[in-house]
Design a protein around this ligand. Structure first.
Ligand code: PMP
Ligand code: GLN
Length: 383
């Protein structure tokens, strides 16, 4: 039998490849983005309580009303934006699914969608699976700020979508308010839909803040905003997320969702609704900034170069220019096998596998994990 691919990505996703290599070589895994510490006890208890209390059957297709209401209340509290829980919020099995569903709701064969690279690795395959073409625009190193003239040049009459991501994986860059205005200038008077991947919205450091597309009244009317509970409550394996979009967009989204996932894990929805209503844990950005700062202070003792500290997300880019001139994929494999630390080669975030000799570290780890990893990295010598 023959299974023609619906997308052009070859092989297995880099996160699976590097985590498997880490396990195989007993390496410390700073590759795939997931915390290695426990979730809040109150959240585990809420999940157990929900299962014990009998919330084990299908939830409503758009998601549990109590959870959607808590999400709306949280956006009112944190961003002072009004979100209609019934008509604008849909609970999804993670943000990856929400991104795929949003693309599927709007793309037709022959459309184009603009992707700013480096980019999270599901975007381009998702676009291609819908018969559309991904048009890439490079984010220039070392700041990875958007070059708005390049985005403007990439727009054609076939452009149907632009996907953006702030705080940004893998670079840790964040958008300023003016970036949203630049984007609005480009899409005004077009049919372009924005997919705003804001999964790291609560992971912004140094007193800076996240600007959400939902705060931009003009853009909000043409946007799907996508979120993940995994990054907020350190439970990436729960695969829980949601989409906020205007009512007509939400209808189109649910037209797909009802026949793909239909509904999402009921006890987890109850647990998250409970936690959102009674949230007392340390804000996740405080915890994650401590981890970033700790990692940055340690990495100084190694031959890696940090061009720019991450302003948000789970991730820090580092250059190995002083250690090796291997291609980044080879370097990441060598580092895992020979030095016992797994990372992600940044070329994996480019369609053409552009190699700038950068690797991505995930610092969302216990302090002792970061310490042990850096002890190993200190043994690397300069060229
Ligand atoms: N977008 C970005 C930028 C991510 O880093 C991730 C990583 N998890 C996702 C989306 C997907 O989130 P989820 O695990 O909820 O599917
Ligand atoms: N978002 C995480 C990362 O960038 C992992 C998600 C995944 O494994 N697909 O590492």
């Amino acid at each position: 039998m023959n299974f023609p691919s619906k997308h052009t990505a070859t092989g297995t996703t880099i996160f699976t490849v590097m985590s498997a290599l880490a396990t195989q070589h007993n390496a410390i895994n700073l590759s795939q983005g997931f915390p290695d510490f426990h979730i809040d006890e109150a959240l585990s208890k809420a999940l157990g309580d929900a299962a014990r209390n009998g919330f084990n059957q299908y939830a409503p297709m758009p998601g549990l009303p109590a959870l959607r209401q808590q999400i709306a209340a949280s956006f009112k509290r944190r961003y002072n934006v009004d979100v209609d829980a019934d008509n604008e919020v849909t609970i999804t099995p993670g943000a990856t699914y929400a991104i795929y569903t949003a693309f599927t709701a709007i793309l037709q064969p022959g459309n184009e969608a603009i992707v700013l690279e480096p980019a999270y690795d599901s975007y381009i395959p998702n676009i291609e699976m819908n018969g559309a073409k991904a048009v890439t625009v490079a984010l220039p190193a070392p700041d990875f700020n958007v070059d708005w003239n390049k985005v403007k040049d990439a727009v054609t009459e076939k452009t149907r979508a632009i996907i953006i991501n702030t705080p940004h994986n893998p670079t840790g860059a964040i958008w300023g308010k003016s970036d949203w205005d630049e984007l609005a200038n480009i899409v005004r008077d077009t049919n372009i839909v924005i997919l705003s991947d804001e999964v790291y919205e609560q992971l912004v450091f140094d007193g800076e803040r996240h600007y959400s597309v939902l705060e931009h009244p003009e853009l909000r009317q043409r946007s799907f905003a996508l979120y993940s509970f995994g990054k907020v409550y350190n439970c990436t394996g729960w695969k829980m997320g949601y989409c906020i979009a205007p009512p007509e967009f939400t209808q189109a989204f649910r037209r797909i969702h009802q026949f793909v996932g239909f509904t999402v894990n009921t006890p987890a929805q109850h647990a998250l609704a409970h936690i959102l209503a009674n949230d007392t844990a340390m804000p996740v950005h405080t915890l994650m900034q401590q981890k970033r700062d700790h990692f940055l202070s340690l990495i100084k003792e190694t031959p890696f170069t940090i061009h720019k500290p991450a302003k948000g997300s789970y991730f820090q880019l580092a250059s190995y220019e002083r250690i090796s001139d291997m291609p980044d994929m080879e370097f990441a494999q060598w580092l895992t096998k020979e030095h016992g630390v797994a990372t992600i080669p940044v070329s994996a975030f480019y369609k053409n596998k552009q190699d700038d000799k950068l690797i991505r570290f995930c610092f969302s780890k216990k302090e002792e994990t970061l310490n042990a990893a850096v002890e190993r990295l200190k043994k690397l010598s300069e060229l």
